[in-house]
Design a protein around this ligand. Structure first.
Ligand SMILES: *[C@@H]1O[C@H](CO)[C@@H](O)[C@H](O)[C@H]1NC(C)=O
Ligand SMILES: *[C@@H]1O[C@H](CO)[C@@H](O)[C@H](O)[C@H]1NC(C)=O
Ligand SMILES: *[C@@H]1O[C@H](CO)[C@@H](O)[C@H](O)[C@H]1NC(C)=O
Length: 146
């Protein structure tokens, strides 16, 4: 069987090796956010509005990631976020293949509702997702990078 892997496979494989495949996004998010356990009083799951199912990103161009800030809790206004790229493929054993080691962006305020990134030079796929981490995390619908 031909296995199709993105060009950042190095870190993706390292991650895959260190995490059991059955871990779902929620578990990984919880593991990740334990680092910020003291700041977890206002758990907020912003809805990602961009990218969405119709989104096509071109590699090495700027793209905007947006989320809905209308439900941001008081006290979360100084919280900073991080976005990471992952991909889904149930036929390759599931998992989200999140590239946690190379976030697309980090250190921005969640209250801003959007962040600009440069689309990395990854393999074209139509099942990419991004996960936005704050004190919790949320995944986008799957979208394409061409
Ligand atoms: C990415 O885009 C920048 C700016 O347009 C360009 O200078 C650079 O050569 C491009 N890199 C690749 C690998 O295409
Ligand atoms: C943001 O969320 C609010 C509350 O759920 C909703 O009323 C509004 O339509 C959403 N806006 C967008 C752009 O999705
Ligand atoms: C990605 O989204 C499309 C459109 O909703 C859906 O048909 C497809 O099954 C999804 N792919 C994966 C791998 O989840």
């Amino acid at each position: 069987m031909a296995v199709f892997l993105p060009s950042w496979t190095g870190s993706s494989l390292a991650l895959a090796a260190s995490l059991p495949q059955q871990l779902n996004v929620e578990r990984r998010i919880n593991m990740f956010s334990n680092e910020n356990a003291l700041e977890r009083r206002n758990v907020w799951n912003p809805e990602i509005t961009q990218p969405n199912r119709r989104t096509l990103w071109n590699r090495n161009t700027t793209a905007t990631i947006s989320w809905n800030t209308s439900t941001i809790p008081k006290g979360a206004s100084e919280q900073k976020g991080k976005v990471v790229l992952g991909w889904l493929n149930p036929n390759l054993g599931g998992g989200e293949h999140l590239n946690i080691e190379h976030p697309l962006a980090h250190g921005f305020y969640l209250r801003e509702g959007h962040v600009q990134i440069i689309v990395p030079q990854v393999a074209p796929r139509d099942d990419y997702i991004i996960v936005l981490f704050g004190d919790s995390g949320n995944a986008s619908p799957n979208f394409s990078i061409v």
